[in-house]
Design a protein around this ligand. Structure first.
Ligand SMILES: NC(=O)c1ccc[n+]([C@@H]2O[C@H](COP(=O)([O-])OP(=O)(O)OC[C@H]3O[C@@H](n4cnc5c(N)ncnc54)[C@H](O)[C@@H]3O)[C@@H](O)[C@H]2O)c1
Ligand SMILES: CC(C)[C@H](C(=O)O)[C@@H](O)C(=O)O
Length: 356
């Protein structure tokens, strides 16, 4: 029986509720498959890390993650951390940089049984995950944010050909498997050097994929285009901060931010992580929607299946996705989707439907 070691980082706010839901679903699905075992390794992160090690992303957690086949990361409430710890990189940024998880892949697709604000949509955002305005002073010496005087701060963005090329290749390769269209999102009209380089390099990479249609939009116009005609877009490639913002928008457009999944990956490592945050306003109430993180785990399992050439893992992923879609289409919905199911009822609803 194949066994995969999966790290589990529960995180803050709704993190423990939705991450436990995910572990429960994966456990049930692997039991049903009978051929694959997931061994979960729970590791401290967020407030748990602060309490144990005075660090929201302890070195011991990073070391342990190196020994896993990949991991599931719950959201963290980094905005609530003590000031001196906030000056460190937030837990997501730390793992994305430490493991060089350069591609943050964030799909948004309409689902049966869920009201989409924009009609049909089936798109995926390829967000560059390691630089742009989210670099910090630990990354490139002398670059990041710094206070010039008490009243003047400089926040710099870093854009490198190397990082743009690899996210662009990832986006164009994905497009070949989809509707063969890539949209580059930038702000080259104002941020002429940084965003300009992003646009130029993506266009250059695009020339290596003659079967893929390419267009580009400024980030502000793109927000409007997405609301008006989301279904015209297939793969969107953009820099770190624009991808962060656009993916919350696209998640909500197709139903709820609580639905929005993502995978953060390098060429040999991956982390499942919902696009949303720790939702402190609804934490501890058993009402959060675990769909985003469960579908992130599904994306992670598909990645694991391809890395290990293991079709059984892919079958487990498909089974979980079908169980979840079935539960929603049969009306088992959390509050954000207009339903009454609690997080645990929704999770049980998925598990019951895995057998179908
Ligand atoms: N990847 C991450 O860990 C991540 C991502 C974004 C924000 N954050 C952090 O989360 C904290 C809160 O941030 P925020 O309030 O700006 O954004 P948020 O995404 O946590 O919440 C925004 C809104 O969406 C709702 N929401 C989010 N996820 C939901 C779910 N699964 N089910 C139902 N409703 C859901 C919340 O209740 C809230 O009303 C901050 O500390 C922020 O830094 C973490
Ligand atoms: C919490 C924050 C650091 C994070 C980001 O901006 O990358 C989040 O918004 C996300 O999208 O995962």
């Amino acid at each position: 029986m194949a066994t995969y070691k999966i790290g589990v980082l529960y995180g803050d706010g709704i993190g423990p509720e939705i991450t436990k839901a995910t572990v429960d679903v994966l456990t049930a699905a692997s039991k049903l498959a009978g051929t694959t075992k997931f061994e979960f390794v729970e590791l401290p992160m967020g407030w748990d890390g602060i309490e144990k090690y005075n660090d929201p992303m302890p070195q011991s957690t990073k070391d342990a993650l190196k020994e896993t086949h990949g991991w599931i990361m719950g959201p963290h409430d980094s905005a609530s951390y003590p000031k001196e710890l906030k000056e460190k990189r937030n837990p997501s940024g730390e793992l994305r940089t430490y493991f060089d998880l350069y591609a943050n892949v964030r799909p948004a697709k309409t689902m049966e049984g869920i009201r989409s604000v924009v009609g049909d949509a089936d798109l995926v955002i390829y967000r560059e995950n390691t630089e742009g305005y989210y670099c910090d002073r630990n990354m490139y010496v002398g670059v990041g944010e710094w206070k010039v005087t008490p009243d003047i701060v400089i926040s710099a963005g870093v854009f490198t050909r190397k990082a743009i090329e690899r996210i662009a290749h990832a986006a164009f390769k994905a497009a070949l498997q989809r509707r063969k269209k890539v949209t580059i999102v930038h702000k080259a009209n104002v941020i002429q050097l940084g965003s300009g380089l992003f646009l130029d390099v993506c266009r250059e990479v695009g020339q290596q994929y003659p079967d893929v249609e390419v267009d580009d939009y400024h980030i502000d116009a793109m927000a409007a285009h997405l609301v008006r005609r989301a279904n015209d877009f297939d793969v969107i490639v953009t820099e770190n901060m624009f991808g962060d913002i656009l993916s919350d928008l696209t998640g909500e457009l197709v139903g709820s931010l609580g639905l929005a999944p993502s995978i953060n990956s390098s060429d040999n490592q991956a982390m499942a992580q919902a696009a949303h945050g720790s939702a402190p306003d609804i934490a501890g109430k058993n009402i959060a929607n675990p769909t985003g993180i469960i579908l992130s785990a599904v994306m992670f399992l598909e990645w694991l299946a391809s890395q290990h050439n293991d079709p059984k893992v892919s079958e487990i992923a498909r089974n979980i996705e079908n169980g979840l879609f079935l539960a929603i289409s049969e009306g088992v919905k959390t509050k954000d989707l207009g339903g009454t199911a609690s997080t645990t009822e929704f999770t049980e609803g998925i598990i019951e439907r895995l057998k179908r």
